[in-house]
Design a protein around this ligand. Sequence first.
Ligand SMILES: [Zn+2]
Length: 101
Amino acid sequence: MAAAVESLDTPLAEDAVLRVTVLATCSCCGAILREGDRFCTGCGTPQTMEAAAERLGDLLAKDAGIARDDPRLQAALARVRNEEPEAWNALLKKIGPRATA
Ligand SMILES: [Zn+2]
């Protein structure tokens, strides 16, 4: 079984890379994305780090029961972003584009 998979992988790899550059697909559900899509039309997964940051803000605002544009939320997000960039990026990766690690 493993040998069969390996023998398939090598010849397909280059072709797969080409197809990915032409047709971007969702890293979560595999849906084909149109150019400029910031969120997957299939499952809603953010496809850019900006979209992920936006989604994170939405989730936090909803969770805290405050408005998305509440200055306290903006300040909290900015603080995490500036003071804990690693934690921030880890969070974005969790909800955002998984392929771009
Ligand atoms: Zn998707």
